[in-house]
Ligand binder design. Sequence first.
Ligand code: MEV
Length: 428
Amino acid sequence: MGMVKKTSNLPGFYRLSPKERIRLIQEFADLTDEEVDRLQLTCSLNLDLANRMIENVVGIFPVPLGIAVNFLINKRDYLIPMAIEEPSVVAGASYAAKIVRAGGGFFTNSTPPIMIGQIQAVQIEDPQGARMAIYAAKEEILKKANEQDPMLVSVGGGAKDLEVKVINTQTGSMVITELHVDCRDVMGANAVNTMAEAVAPLIERITHGRVYLRIISNLATKRLARAWCVVPKKAVGGEEVVDGIIDAHAFAAADPYRAATHNKGILNGIIGVVIATCNDHRAVEAGAHAYAVQDGVYGSLSTWEKNENGDLVGAIELPMAVGIVGGATRVHPVAKIALKILGVNTATELSEVLAAVGLAQNLAALRALAHEGIQKGHMSLHARNIAISAGATGELVDRIVERMVEKRKIRLDHAKELVEEYKAKRKL
Ligand code: MEV
């Protein structure tokens, strides 16, 4: 029997019930019945486990987990789990992935997973001389760093190189040593920080200075993920929409106020997946925003152009410090399932998927903004939240949403009136 090719192209997925969707995901990702049950638990993280993850635990804070469909990345189908509270993000990513699919999907690449660890040395008489002395002791420093993590070294990772810079600060010159650590499949904060702390006495000995900070940098410029796509102009909605998207990008590229929102849209998608896989979303966001300040001015993380056929060409490049082992990714029961659904084999593959998701999310937002405006899609989802806040449940939610959207009166007081009205009718 030939293998059936698994596809993420699932038309009508959004119309199914959560249970029906889970059944499809189970088939796609070979989830066990136990994993399926776990996804459906009201609270899939138990308090004991939560209590071991952070301090002073008093409860658990659940967020919806959705699946973005249609993703074709490097000719392989992916289903994308997203943990996010904001409506429209999962739908937007799925829609954008569908139109990108029409042009052959996303293509990606990335640098090796190298993180930077900084060691700050101060009170040095001859900072340039100290810089050279550190370079001269490079092998000894890297050896000391690698002794801290034989496991990482055994899988091909570890401290590979270092760079030293002298910076002038308010409090005088500082000699900053930067360890370049290949983190393979871990995010790397623990590995890098341990190494930075371990080599600090060596740096003090070499520089005759005083070491204070020894910590990873979240501006992970040596761990970049890239994605690009070509979307046929017809699939985007025609020439005018293509031009609108290109103008939207030009706006972001020229104006930091717009760029912040443009990049926020990109991160809407990325962070949903980062949270679903229990990675450190603050690290990813810090890296993304800092990377957006190239040439000293905050700009867009993506670019949108058109090719000779008038088709839309999108590209994105950003730091992506994520792991698939270590940290909470293999502790959190739902993160483990999310990784299984993604089916990624390495942290690098995850980083590339994230870049593609960011580009998709950006396309969805720009297309909506340049075309019908963002509010149309947002309104009924917003109305759903209002209806639920007003106490509607089950079918009543849909009815109240319909009425509010129809009257363009999407307010909590109105939703409450409608709920009362329906309840009164039911009693009759
Ligand atoms: C909303 O969460 C995200 C957008 O504002 C992004 C954008 O403006 O590009 C729609």
